[in-house]
Design a protein around this ligand. Structure first.
Ligand SMILES: [Mn+2]
Length: 473
């Protein structure tokens, strides 16, 4: 239980004096007595590694030293016959380093005593259990008496920003788990490339790939697999995976394994029949160039904002080269014409969650990369099959200003105004080269920022045109 121990130690150093209350995830019912597979809440797992539902943890911190108190399900022979073994209070103490463990049922009764004397109490307001338990409990736990001698000086804080900061920097143990998740994921992608044939269904490829994930020890997928043949690649979160794969088309697979609760996140795009056509090659080479630049940007002190801006710049050059936009590189950027073909971010944090905890800004400034941060780099170009002619508005648009205005005016009013501005702007009509219609390419790797430079955890997944065609053959 080394990873959560390090996390608790780091948390104790931050808080110095105070009490932290966090809750496990809940079982979610699908219907009647059938439930969705349980997965522990990521924050709870981060600080405890406890795998069961119906648990609370209270971390008491004095002078930066902590004690872990846990409320867990009781052992129960009958329930365990139906639902599986429970660790019980003894498990919490012996295997999970709890100072003391209590019955889950006794939370309301015991919490007030645990919290007495603590002035700073950290809660997870986002948890449904905050409403269910803590909101009312805290009145008793940190009471004040109108007629008594003293008021409570206790203050409530949100634990979210603190945990989120900690989760941004991965320990060596966490990196090790991510590496395993990435190795498994790479093996699955390579297998998918080998077994894909014209005439296969997307779900067949998904099943073969996921089999590799599970055989190699993955507990579950990091997220629903996107196995998107041909035009489906232009649907960003496509996951129905029911279509037949055509001979001349590309297959975009965005899929990953979760191992030890840590998720990988990899996208590869390859030709179903083994050889890229020249229009496919043209788009692919542009995305690949931009993606490699992005990876090199994962350097200490640089920021995702910089990488994204560089990506937009390079990608806009690509769009001009490919004849997808009507004007030059400068206009493609300033009028946001690139957005027609690249409408998502360049990357996101990766860890316990595929879109992991951690903000992109710190103190109002773009967050600088530090040793131990892990991010994806995933540019793409999507040429929608249905838009053979596009009317591009001739309107300067600054994403920073747009964001500021949305904050000031509120989302609804601001987007309405944006639409009006675009509607009222003059436009330039542009024919999309027919041979590019319906081509969607994304390439995504998982990168650790280290003091020795970026480390690509998924570099073994074939990526250049030569590597991919060789892997399929
Ligand atoms: Mn991703």
């Amino acid at each position: 239980m080394g990873n959560s121990k390090i996390a608790r130690e780091n948390l104790a150093k931050e808080i110095k004096n105070g009490a932290v209350i966090i809750h496990s995830g809940d079982i979610v019912y699908r219907n009647n007595d059938t439930w969705y597979p349980f997965r522990q809440d990521s924050n709870f797992y981060y600080l405890t590694e406890w795998p069961e539902p119906e648990a609370h943890a209270v971390i008491l911190i004095k002078d930066s030293k902590y004690e872990l108190h846990m409320f867990v399900q009781d052992r129960n022979e009958e329930m365990e016959t139906w639902e599986g073994k429970r660790l019980g209070q003894s498990g919490a103490v012996e295997q999970f380093e709890a100072e003391k463990a209590y019955s889950y049922q006794d939370y309301r009764k015991i919490l007030p005593n645990l919290l007495s004397g603590y002035q700073n109490v950290y809660c997870d307001y986002s948890s449904p259990n905050f409403e269910k338990y803590d909101k009312s409990l805290l009145t008793n736990a940190v009471p004040y008496d109108q007629r008594g001698a003293d008021f409570s000086n206790a203050t409530l804080y949100s634990i979210q920003p603190l945990i989120s900061e900690l989760r941004l920097i991965k320990s060596d143990g966490e990196i090790q788990l991510l590496k395993e998740a990435c190795d498994i994921t790479v093996a699955g992608h390579i297998h998918a490339m080998k077994i894909t044939n014209p005439g296969s269904y997307e779900y067949q490829v998904a099943a073969e790939m996921e089999k590799v994930f599970y055989e190699m020890g993955a507990e579950r997928l990091g997220y629903p697999s996107i196995v998107a043949g041909g035009h489906n690649a232009c649907i960003l979160h496509y996951s129905t995976n029911r279509d037949l794969l055509d001979k001349g088309s590309l297959l975009l697979i965005d899929a990953a394994a979760e191992f030890g609760m840590y998720s990988s996140d990899v996208t590869r795009t390859f030709p179903v029949s083994g050889k890229f056509t020249s229009p496919q090659k043209a788009v692919y080479e542009e995305v690949l160039k931009v993606q490699k630049e992005g990876i090199e940007g994962v350097e200490i002190g640089n920021s995702m904002k910089n990488i994204h801006e560089q990506t937009i710049k390079s990608l806009s050059e690509s769009l001009v080269n490919l004849g997808l936009v009507p004007l030059g590189v400068d206009e493609t950027i300033s009028m946001m014409h690139f957005f027609e073909f690249f409408m998502h971010g360049t990357g996101h944090w990766l860890g316990l969650d595929v879109h992991d905890a951690g903000s992109n800004e710190k103190n109002g400034k773009p967050r600088a990369f530090e040793h131990g941060m892990v991010t994806t780099i995933e540019p793409g170009i999507y040429v929608r099959p249905t838009k053979s002619t596009i009317e591009f508005p001739l309107l300067e648009r600054d994403p920073v200003q747009i964001r500021e205005r949305r904050k000031l005016m509120g989302m609804e009013k601001a987007t309405k105004l944006e639409k009006e501005e675009i509607m009222n702007a003059k436009t330039v009509k542009h024919e999309i080269p027919t041979e590019l219609l319906g081509i969607g390419v994304r390439i995504e790797d998982d990168i650790v920022c280290t003091d020795k430079g970026p480390v690509n955890l998924t570099e073994k997944a074939p990526k250049t045109i030569e590597e991919i065609e060789a892997a399929i053959a």
